[in-house]
Design a protein around this ligand. Structure first.
Ligand code: FES
Length: 166
């Protein structure tokens, strides 16, 4: 990994993430998103460690990481909001959530707000299809998102940013 972390530190870091996000493959995408956000890359050693800690095959980590194109592009905003655009989430009402996010943030998809706070992107299925529409905010997954819930998520991010600066 392109940091000064040793293997042990890397493993401890990922174990702490799993502790927070839960075990098993359901946490794979949030973990990859978190690692990408903090270190701007996910190298093979990191993927191997994630596979070990989650007790899944490294090939699965590799294929998910490469499937999610967003993991390879540097996010710009402090909060990267990704709405699942895959069919089940579409049926669950993704479009209304997308409209609410556009209105609330004043930007379109693949854009970043002028204050650098938010980037809005589409993503593919993140494994929460039975609880759609699904939204990923940095490494935090939100399910059964309604337009109102999306607005509340944005408000919470803004409040967190203000609190951080205070
Ligand atoms: S289709 Fe949206 S999470 Fe699977």
């Amino acid at each position: 990994m392109a940091t000064t972390m040793t293997n042990d530190e890397l493993r401890a870091d990922i174990e702490a993430l799993v502790e927070r996000l839960g075990p098993g493959r359901a946490s794979l995408i949030p973990i990859l998103a978190d690692v990408k956000r903090r270190f701007h890359e996910i190298d093979s050693e990191t993927m191997q460690t994630i596979a070990d800690v989650l007790d899944i095959h490294p090939v699965e980590v590799h294929s998910v990481a490469s499937f999610y194109a967003f993991l390879h592009s540097a996010p710009e905003g402090q909060f990267v909001i990704r709405l699942c655009g895959t069919l089940p989430c579409d049926f669950a009402g993704k479009q209304a959530v997308a409209d609410a996010l556009r209105t609330e943030l004043g930007i379109g998809f693949d854009e970043t707000t002028e204050d650098g706070l938010f980037t809005l992107e589409w993503t593919s299925c993140m494994g929460m299809c039975d609880q759609g529409p699904a939204l990923l905010v940095n490494d935090e997954v939100h399910t059964r998102v309604t337009p109102e819930k999306a607005k509340a998520v944005v408000a919470a991010c803004r409040a967190a940013a203000v609190a951080k600066e205070a």
